[in-house]
Design a protein around this ligand. Structure first.
Ligand SMILES: *[C@@H]1O[C@H](CO)[C@@H](O)[C@H](O)[C@H]1NC(C)=O
Ligand SMILES: *[C@@H]1O[C@H](CO)[C@@H](O)[C@H](O)[C@H]1NC(C)=O
Ligand SMILES: *[C@@H]1O[C@H](CO)[C@@H](O)[C@H](O)[C@H]1NC(C)=O
Length: 180
């Protein structure tokens, strides 16, 4: 440890003498926005989506801080102004999935797993859902042309409950197209 601290000290003095020689402040490290790994929750959303995609040979989604911000605004609006009810996603420019869960804390993994559970209702051969069951949430998750993901969660006061919203860009579930 002492050795490590010592090394750090040497490094720091090297940097300050460099700054001195150059006659200016050491430039700050490059902005990390593009390379910052997403938060732990974001990573979990991403990993669970990409696991489901890999199972059917579809490439991974990447995290979009822009989509994450949009979902964050929306989920907070639903919480604060709409009694934590589902958002109306029908006219949005992104694909969207949402989940309302009460009585427990739902982790991103639990949310995505519950969505991926719809897989059993999806029939790839004729690209339709089996019986009266829905499978559009699953087909959005594995939609090949959707490449970006952003998600957010809000804890609702009543319940307690959690509302989760994910956005996908470009949107999937284009009528007449198969997801992959
Ligand atoms: C809000 O949601 C809670 C829980 O679902 C419900 O009990 C309550 O009646 C709702 N309030 C309004 C104003 O809709
Ligand atoms: C959602 O929005 C669409 C388009 O704006 C509208 O036609 C539809 O009635 C809305 N659905 C609900 C449940 O409010
Ligand atoms: C798709 O195929 C399944 C299995 O063969 C069948 O049960 C279902 O009715 C078909 N759906 C449509 C919309 O053709």
């Amino acid at each position: 440890m002492a050795y490590f601290l010592f090394l750090q000290f040497i490094l720091l003095s090297a940097i300050s003498s460099l700054a001195y020689i150059l006659g200016q402040a050491v430039p700050p490290p490059p902005p990390t926005a593009a390379t910052t790994p997403p938060s732990r929750a974001a990573q979990e959303f991403l990993d669970e989506h990409n696991k489901a995609r890999a199972e059917v040979g579809v490439g991974p989604l990447t995290w979009s801080s822009m989509l994450a911000k949009e979902t964050s605004l929306l989920v907070r609006y639903q919480r604060d102004k709409q009694n934590c009810s589902f958002a109306n996603l029908s006219s949005g420019k992104y694909g969207g999935n949402q989940l309302w869960a009460s009585g427990m804390v739902v982790t991103p993994r639990m949310v995505v797993d519950s969505w991926v559970d719809e897989k059993k209702f999806y029939n790839y051969a004729n690209n339709s859902c089996i019986g009266d069951d829905k499978c559009g949430v699953y087909t959005q998750i594995v939609w090949k042309k959707s490449i970006q993901l952003g998600c957010a969660q809000a804890t609702c006061s009543k319940g307690p409950a959690t509302l989760t919203i994910c956005f996908y860009n470009p949107p999937g579930n284009v009528i007449g197209e198969k997801p992959y």
